[in-house]
Design a protein around this ligand. Structure first.
Ligand code: FAD
Length: 393
């Protein structure tokens, strides 16, 4: 592995950094979903790193995707869920698992931000345990009929297209799961905004699904094999989540270095005190270690190699790192950490999600430990998708 980013990825990183400084920084405290901003991100190609040109992408890869995600999150971690959904989990899952008809219909529109996507796993009684999903997907001959309820759905109030996970037979547990693409402009699809601690620029919804239909060509993967679709989607989503955690941890470090170099107490800059230096050193080490782990996971994916174990380690480590870094940033800022005038209170609120989304810290620990103990191997040979989009060019 080359630890230097190549010229292409450096150029993309530079573009994303400039965009975030120019377009995101000024509105970071506004809160709420900004459709115009998302359109601009799509037009600039920020969502397209992992996609081939025929789907509106640049084919620059997962490492490039990770680097862009880090830059966006460094300025507003609240945009990271949207970034994940537009640049990875929704279009990539459709690209990998849909038949041509659905792939042509949805992928490019999502990557270019003409349409907004969401992913619907979570339910009131199914969080970490997605095999206990209760939403019903029935095969009605010429269409699928869907009924159920979803919670905590990022982009839920604004999405045009949803990847919905449901079951055709609950008694089969994970063997009954199916994944379908649903267009949300149907009377039976109703959403309610969920108030939350952080990520204020990312809308979250409870969704009620009543007699919603999906055409047969919108099935992802095979009937009853939605669990495999879910696992590949979660692995890929973990690249975005872990990258976002690195970006936010870097923001915590940036703010802390700045403050420690400005704030004077007892006649000296606080950055000159060894105890404060110790905190800064710890933050630097956390950020750098997490970044290397995340980039290894993304790089493995770029090599088309198994990466489930490595991205779980990265997601777990980056999630822990960002929560620690946010706490340390609060400490370095003293009372000003608590102030709404400084960015670190937002960093602190936004950081906690990184121990929850795309598999909680405990679920990552289970996966990593089961692999280490020989109970269950995390990395298996790459799953062959139904038709390989890479051969389409
Ligand atoms: C801001 C936000 C955005 C989200 N966006 C989406 C989205 O877009 N789409 C979507 O589908 N979901 C989304 N989620 C939901 C998220 O994926 C779930 O919250 C997460 O999977 C955990 O599920 P849960 O909240 O039901 O917690 P639970 O699964 O009930 O877990 C509660 C606690 O128990 C622990 N636990 C559970 N099982 C085990 C076990 N076997 N061993 C050890 N510990 C265990 C967990 O680690 C956790 O600490 C979002 C959540 C939030 C907060």
């Amino acid at each position: 592995m080359d630890f230097d980013l190549n010229e292409e990825v450096i150029a993309i990183q530079d573009m994303a950094r400039k965009f975030a400084q120019r377009e995101i920084l000024s509105r970071v405290n506004e809160e709420g979903f900004d459709r115009d901003l998302v359109t601009k991100m799509g037009e600039l190609g920020l969502f397209g790193c992992a996609f081939p040109p025929r789907y509106g992408g640049s084919d620059s890869g997962f490492l490039a995707h990770s680097v862009v995600c880090e830059e966006i999150s460094r300025v507003d971690s609240g945009l990271r869920p949207l970034f994940n959904l537009q640049a990875m989990t929704v279009p990539y899952t459709i690209m990998e698992w849909a038949i041509d008809e659905a792939r042509e219909k949805y992928v490019q529109k999502l990557v270019c931000a003409e349409k907004i996507g969401c992913t619907c796993f979570s339910e009131p009684n199914a969080g970490s345990d997605i095999a206990s999903i209760e939403t019903r997907i029935e095969d009605r001959g010429d269409h699928f009929l869907i009924n159920g309820a979803k919670t905590w759905i990022s982009n839920g109030t604004v999405a045009d297209i949803a990847v919905v996970y449901g079951t055709h037979d609950r008694s089969l547990k994970h063997r009954g799961l199916c994944a379908v693409v649903v267009e949300t402009d149907q009377p039976g699809w109703t959403t309610r905004d969920t108030p939350k601690l952080g990520d204020k620029s990312s809308p979250i919804a409870e969704i009620h699904i009543e007699d919603v239909k999906a055409p047969k060509e919108n099935l992802l993967g095979e009937w009853g094999k939605g669990f495999v679709v879910a696992m590949t989607a979660l692995d890929r989503g973990r690249i975005s989540v872990a990258s976002g955690a690195v970006g936010l941890a870097q923001a915590c470090l940036d703010a802390s270095v700045k403050y420690a170099n400005e704030r004077v107490q007892f006649g000296k800059l606080i950055g000159e005190y060894q105890l404060v230096k110790g905190v800064i050193a710890e933050m630097v080490s956390l950020v750098e270690a997490a970044r290397l782990l995340v980039r290894r996971g993304a790089w493995l994916n770029d090599q088309d190699r198994p990466f489930t174990r490595e991205i779980a380690i990265a997601k777990y480590s980056a999630g822990e790192a960002v929560v620690k870094a946010a706490g340390m940033a609060m400490e370095v800022h003293g009372g000003m950490g608590y102030s709404l005038e400084m960015p670190v209170e937002k960093y602190y609120r936004d950081s906690k999600l990184y121990q929850v989304g795309e598999g909680t810290a405990n679920i990552m620990r289970l996966l990593i430990a089961d692999d280490a103990l020989g109970i269950k191997k995390a990395n298996r040979p790459r799953i062959h998708v139904p038709s390989d989009f890479r051969d389409l060019e």
